[in-house]
Every structure is written in structure tokens, then in C-alpha cells.
Write a protein that binds this ligand. Structure first.
Ligand SMILES: NC(=O)c1ccc[n+]([C@@H]2O[C@H](COP(=O)([O-])OP(=O)(O)OC[C@H]3O[C@@H](n4cnc5c(N)ncnc54)[C@H](OP(=O)(O)O)[C@@H]3O)[C@@H](O)[C@H]2O)c1
Length: 324
């Protein structure tokens, strides 16, 4: 069965995820829309489609089965609400919404209209992270104690990523590369957040309120996550490798390679040859569309990512621990 997918947005992730959908062999891109026609045309052409619009509502003419939305978070909300109200199944490129209040409305709208809605967190579909999930959940390495992550990226000056209002802030946008979504899939229910942040170091106008942020997220089972993210990145410095520490072992994650520590032994497993997480998530979304069952990032669950990002900002601004 071939699914007709319309894409709204024509930037880097529209290309990337559009290609992933195409690579499943089960999707046809039927239209691409962005505010400017030229990039929409280029993106459409790259994905084997000759229909482009400069007004997203016009995608309705092409009768899509589902919509992929790949735009900055603030305009994403209006577009998601329109797509769900129009009855389309929706795949959003990143977080569900710009904040949890709008997110809750979107969750309700998807349920009321019987639409599938999948948030764009692909790590839950990454073969290496599926193995981490298995190792931690099975308690093969003992009880989970903590996870440690770091995400550094120099947001281009003037880009929407650096704009507090349009992005929803750094904890929502860039801190997702601390894999909060995948880590809570592995560690369970988050209960408490404590964070510190700094801002204005880069000194550019309209920058986000939290430019650098360190957050501790506590889980119901007593484990916690220590996550550090920043829009400041020394040139050529890489992010720290993600680690999971358990009572009888641990895991070090270097892209698609895991080093698993058990007692005095360590073993390296490579998942480089596995299909990309983007293609696996695209496949899962199409399965969900066919079977009318949620994939791994259903809306009510994805709402938690928004609540955690808000709790991080609140904790840093008010210098207090926030209970979720
Ligand atoms: N999962 C991941 O690993 C990952 C990685 C990076 C980003 N993301 C997420 O992917 C999404 C897209 O990010 P990106 O990096 O692709 O952004 P981008 O490259 O800046 O592209 C944004 C696109 O949105 C379009 N756009 C902006 N406002 C619009 C509007 N009101 N109506 C229609 N189109 C509009 C822009 O074109 P016009 O200006 O012509 O409208 C542009 O084509 C975000 O949710 C981001 O958080 C996820």
C-alpha cells in the first residue's frame, strides 16, 4: 500500500524525513509547501514530486493520507491544529508543540478527530537504543542508577533556533539532543526536575532565555538523568558520550556503537549496519496509519517532553526544584 504524504516545511528536516518516508518504499510525496515557493519546489523535486505550494492549506488539493510537518515550533502549532482539524494523520518533526498548554489542546484534538499523531523523536527507533532499552529494562546490568548526556551546538545567529518565542526555548529545542525522550522510555516515569542555566554569553539579540543549561531529572525508581546542553560549543569539540550507569555494569554510547560494561568485562557492539532510526520511525508511522494504533511517540506521552522542558526552564529561573 502506498501512502500519499504531504510535507509542510522545506528545510533540512523536511528533506531528511521526507527521504526517510520515501526510503520505506511505502510512501509517495504528493506535495511540499512552505512560505516561499522556490525551496518548496526544490524539496519536492528532490523527493520525486512536482507539486509545490507557498500556502500550506493548498496541500488539501492533493488529497494526502497524512502530513509531515517540519517547520519551527511556533508556526508548527497553527499548522498541526489545521491538519488535525482537517482530519489528517500527522507526523511532526520534533516536539509536539511550542508549550504544554497548546500541546494538551493538540492531544485532545487528535483524539477527538481520530487522527494519529507521532512526535519526531527517532531515538526510540534506533537499533542501538533498542538494545540499551532491553539491557536496562531486563536489569541485566543491575539496577539503573543514572544516565549522563551532553549536547553542544552553535545555533546559527538569526536562526529560529535561537529565538525564544519561535523555538519555545533551548530546553525544548536543543536539549532534546540530551535524549530526554529516549531516556525516559528507558528509565521510566520522571518525577522531579532541578536545573541551572545561563544566558547572554553570546550577546546576540533575540537569543533564547536559557542558552546553557544543566538539568537533573529524577525518576520514580530513584535513578536520575544529568543532562547538559548549550548553544555554546568550542569549535571541533564533540558532545560527551552518553552513559548509563547501573549497579552491576553500564553502557557507553558513541553514535551507533555501544560499549557494555559487565563486572570487569567490556564488550563493544556496533549497530552501524542497521537501517537508520529515521527510516525505522517512518516505517512505524506508516504501520500506525494502516493499523490505527499508536507508534512509539503517541501524543499523550510526547506531552511529557514539553512538561519536562518547561520544568527545566522554571527550575532554572526560580532556582528551585520542580515536581512533575
Ligand atoms: N529529530 C531530529 O533529529 C531533528 C533535528 C533537527 C530539527 N528537528 C526538528 O525538525 C523541525 C524542522 O526543523 P529544520 O531544522 O528542518 O528547520 P529549517 O531547516 O529552519 O526549516 C524550516 C522550514 O519551515 C518553513 N516554514 C517556516 N515557517 C513556516 C510557516 N509559517 N508555514 C510553512 N512553512 C514554514 C521554512 O520555509 P519558509 O521560510 O519558506 O516558510 C523552512 O522550509 C523542527 O521541529 C525541529 O525541532 C528535528
Amino acid at each position: 500500500m502506498t501512502h500519499r504524504i504531504a510535507i509542510i516545511g522545506a528545510g533540512s528536516m523536511a528533506h531528511h524525513r521526507g527521504q526517510a518516508l520515501f526510503d520505506t518504499g511505502r510512501a509517495q510525496i504528493c506535495a511540499v509547501a512552505s512560505r516561499r515557493l522556490a525551496p518548496a519546489r526544490d524539496c519536492a523535486e528532490d523527493l520525486g514530486c512536482n507539486v509545490a505550494f507557498d500556502n500550506y492549506r493548498e496541500i488539501a488539493q492533493t488529497k494526502p493520507d497524512a502530513v509531515l510537518i517540519e517547520v519551527p515550533h511556533m508556526p508548527q502549532d497553527e499548522i498541526t491544529i489545521w491538519a488535525l482539524t482537517s482530519g489528517y494523520d500527522v507526523f511532526v518533526g520534533g516536539s509536539l508543540a511550542v508549550n504544554s498548554q497548546i500541546g494538551a489542546h493538540i492531544v485532545e484534538l487528535a483524539a477527538d478527530n481520530g487522527c494519529l499523531l507521532e512526535a519526531g523523536f527517532q531515538r526510540r527507533y534506533d537499533a542501538a537504543w533498542e538494545e540499551i532499552h532491553r539491557l536496562v529494562q531486563s536489569r541485566e546490568l543491575g539496577e539503573p542508577v543514572m544516565a549522563v548526556t551532553m549536547a553542544l551546538w552553535r545555533a546559527p545567529a538569526g536562526s529560529w533556533y535561537a529565538d525564544q518565542l519561535v523555538s519555545g526555548g533551548m530546553p525544548l529545542t536543543h536539549m532534546s539532543y540530551c535524549y530526554l525522550n529516549a531516556i525516559r522510555w528507558i528509565l521510566g516515569t520522571p518525577t522531579v526536575v532541578s536545573a541551572l542555566a545561563s544566558a547572554g554569553v553570546l550577546g546576540e539579540a533575540e537569543r533564547v532565555q536559557e542558552e546553557t543549561c544543566a538539568a537533573l531529572v529524577g525518576f520514580e525508581n530513584g535513578a536520575f538523568l544529568s543532562a547538559t546542553a548549550s548553544y555554546i560549543r568550542p569549535e571541533k569539540m564533540t558532545d560527551a558520550e552518553t552513559r548509563f550507569i547501573c549497579s552491576a555494569g553500564g553502557i557507553q554510547v558513541d553514535d551507533s556503537t555501544l560499549t557494555v560494561f559487565r563486572g570487569a568485562q567490556s564488550e563493544t557492539q556496533s549497530f552501524v549496519a542497521e537501517p537508520s532510526a529515521f527510516v525505522r520511525q517512518a516505517d512505524a508511522f506508516l504501520d500506525a496509519v494502516e493499523l490505527r494504533t499508536a507508534a512509539r511517540n503517541p501524543p499523550a506521552d510526547a506531552l511529557l517532553d514539553l512538561q519536562i522542558a518547561e520544568a527545566i526552564s522554571l527550575s532554572a529561573r526560580e532556582q528551585r526544584t520542580v515536581t512533575l
